[in-house]
Write a protein that binds this ligand. Structure first.
Ligand SMILES: Cc1cc2nc3c(=O)[nH]c(=O)nc-3n(C[C@H](O)[C@H](O)[C@H](O)COP(=O)(O)O)c2cc1C
Length: 200
């Protein structure tokens, strides 16, 4: 895994001639879906944008970032602000594992993730953000390049891809293979440990 962390880069240019096999996409997503989530509720969904028509629609809503057209697949990472509610089918699985204890968990989740708008948005975005990161590392693990994007029209994408009210577009991730005819940007500066970590 540490290799995936070191090797992952945001690849700005994808080779438009290199497809991503559906089975490989499945392997990436299945590995990434082992990501942690609050109460293991997995309040996330992924839309795999692959058709020319959908790519063009997304391109226009992603500030015309050409990687959306060049990459074989761009994933829309969706977080659900209602994912803590009874209506989330994962609760049924939790009930099997927890038995009666699930009632207390539901009450706690209602308060922790549903009691304010801020908590609801944090719930959706923090969990789906972890899925997003896991997808990028899983892609690297399988030799697939990625590029996250939040320079996108979140509301426009919601409308264009028919996402309901509680669904949030958290980011887009282009997946495919780096176009080796292009130059990869040098690895960027990272804050040193002393600046990054405050001791308390
Ligand atoms: C949430 C998020 C949103 C980003 N949005 C964009 C974007 O819209 N366009 C873009 O070119 N790069 C985007 N980036 C890529 C960053 O610029 C890149 O991760 C950063 O420069 C570090 O480079 P590296 O990922 O190659 O290590 C985004 C990265 C993240 C994590």
């Amino acid at each position: 895994m540490s290799t995936s962390i070191f090797e992952r880069r945001s690849v700005n240019y994808f080779d438009p001639e290199k497809p991503l096999r559906d089975e490989l996409l499945r392997e990436i997503i299945e590995l990434a879906s082992t990501a942690p989530s609050a109460f293991n509720l997995q309040p996330w969904e992924v839309i795999a944008v692959k058709s020319r028509e959908a790519k063009e629609r997304l391109h226009a809503l992603a500030n015309n970032q050409d990687k959306v057209l060049e990459a074989p697949v761009t994933l829309l990472i969706i977080g659900d602000r209602d994912g803590y509610k009874e209506s989330n089918p994962v609760w049924k699985e939790l009930e099997k594992a927890m038995g009666e204890g699930v009632h207390g968990a539901k009450q706690a989740a209602e308060f922790l993730y549903g009691s304010t708008d801020e908590r609801r948005i944090k719930f959706a975005e923090s969990n789906a953000g972890l899925l997003a990161m896991s997808i990028m590392y899983a892609a690297t693990h399988f030799g697939v390049d990625s590029h996250p994007m939040s320079g996108i029209d979140f509301e426009g994408i919601k409308k264009s891809f028919n996402l309901g009210g509680s669904k949030e577009v958290v980011m887009a991730i282009a997946l495919g293979y780096f176009d080796t005819r292009k130059q990869l940007w040098p690895k960027g500066y990272r804050k040193p440990y002393e600046e990054l970590v405050q001791q308390a």
